[in-house]
Design a protein around this ligand. Structure first.
Ligand SMILES: Nc1ncnc2c1ncn2[C@@H]1O[C@H](COP(=O)(O)OP(=O)(O)OP(=O)(O)O)[C@@H](O)[C@H]1O
Ligand SMILES: [Mg+2]
Length: 349
């Protein structure tokens, strides 16, 4: 979709996440950071809002408006909407300049995608107006964004707790040695909280309220200060609005099972890694990123359960996007760790 009028050509790095999408403009930095959400008029199929604006509509729409997330667990589930969202972000970047052309894009994908799923990401990007798409595994992009020495023959351990997936990977010499992708991350915690409040308080709350509870009073381990928050929802018995006071202990009880699964996944990845690399991890620690790693005490929980230091990277929510940006700004250097679009590929269906 190269415009014949295009005189400026730009390269971008993209983190198309389940919860948030970020775009890094080469030479500039992160220029788009918005929720991966779209609102559509179901009668006309018209897109009403994308990103932040659409997020505000969750749980507050009339029947004919659907608020959708085009990605589920890091994978595109609604191709048309994912492409529309990408097109919207790129168009926003172009601003009023119509003489814009997006030439190359490096985009992060979960490490365990099938060829068909990868191809669908490539197609979505190309369809949104980029000439050439390069795929990078998200944990590698995260490690690059965190400025870890991924090319060294030593273990760099990444734990990316996002919205839809938790990706755990050990990276050495520019490649993934062992990895695991788990469909339990921030969004599952919101769901755990929503169910807990429904079952224990007989109160129906929406997902945004569950997320607020998680962020404000949620923690992976008991904290010194007692925290509480008043929430409003619909009483399941009377059907009327009601307020309830929720404490940090409730949130911990709600999310404990999911947190245990995350700890188990990290443990498994360490267990199957070669002994030399396990030694490196002990020495260098684990690096946590993604929004879910911001849960209070998550680093302490992992460190306690695994006996390895857990460090939160700087700016954990933008780490993957910054990694894709570094890759797109230095394409020749990172050619080998990117999926080359020119390479003939086996497409298994
Ligand atoms: N302070 C916080 N405490 C706990 N959770 C948080 C905090 N801030 C953000 N989150 C959670 O982080 C998640 C979003 O993280 P992130 O943007 O890294 O996901 P994503 O990259 O879009 O998803 P994925 O990588 O799974 O496709 C959401 O579930 C959000 O609730
Ligand atoms: Mg992510």
């Amino acid at each position: 979709m190269r415009s014949p009028l295009a005189i400026f050509s730009k390269n971008v790095g993209i983190d198309l996440g389940t919860a948030n999408s970020l775009v890094y403009l080469a030479g500039r930095g992160i220029v788009i950071n918005e929720p991966s959400i779209a609102a559509i008029n179901a009668k006309t199929n018209q897109v009403l809002a994308i990103g932040e604006e659409a997020k505000k509509m969750i749980g507050r729409t009339p029947q004919h408006i659907n608020v959708v997330r085009p990605l589920v667990n890091g994978v595109i589930s609604d191709f048309e909407m994912a492409q529309e969202m990408l097109r919207h972000f790129l168009r926003k970047l172009g601003g009023t300049k119509i003489f814009y052309n997006f030439q190359k894009a490096v985009i992060g994908v979960p490490s365990n995608l099938t060829e068909v799923e990868r191809k669908s990401v490539e197609d979505a990007i190309v369809g949104a107006g980029v000439s050439k798409a390069y795929i990078i595994e998200e944990p590698i992009a995260a490690a690059m964004g965190a400025r870890l020495p991924i090319e060294e023959p030593a273990a760099n351990m990444i734990i990316d707790i996002g919205g839809g997936t938790t990706e755990v990977a050990i990276i050495s010499m520019g490649g993934t040695v062992t990895s695991k992708s788990l469909k339990i991350a921030g969004d599952k915690l919101n769901d755990d909280i929503l169910r807990f409040i429904r079952d224990e308080f007989k109160l129906a709350i929406g997902e945004p309220t569950a997320e607020e509870l998680k962020i404000h009073i949620g923690s992976a381990l008991p904290t010194n200060e007692k925290m509480e928050m008043a929430v409003r929802g619909r009483d399941l018995a009377t059907g009327l609005p009601r307020e309830a006071l929720v404490r940090d202990t409730h949130i911990r009880a709600a999310i404990v099972k999911s947190l245990k699964s995350i700890v188990e996944a990290v443990k498994e990845v360490i267990e199957i890694s070669p002994p030399e690399l396990a030694g490196d991890i002990l020495k260098r620690g684990m690096h946590m990123c993604g929004g879910g790693s911001l849960l209070k005490g998550m680093d302490a929980l992992l460190a306690r359960e695994l006996g390895v230091a857990a460090n939160l990277v700087d700016d954990p929510l933008t780490c993957v996007a910054r990694g894709t940006g570094i890759a797109v700004e230095n394409l020749p250097k990172y050619q080998l760790i990117l999926d080359n679009p020119l390479r003939p590929r086996d497409i298994k269906i």
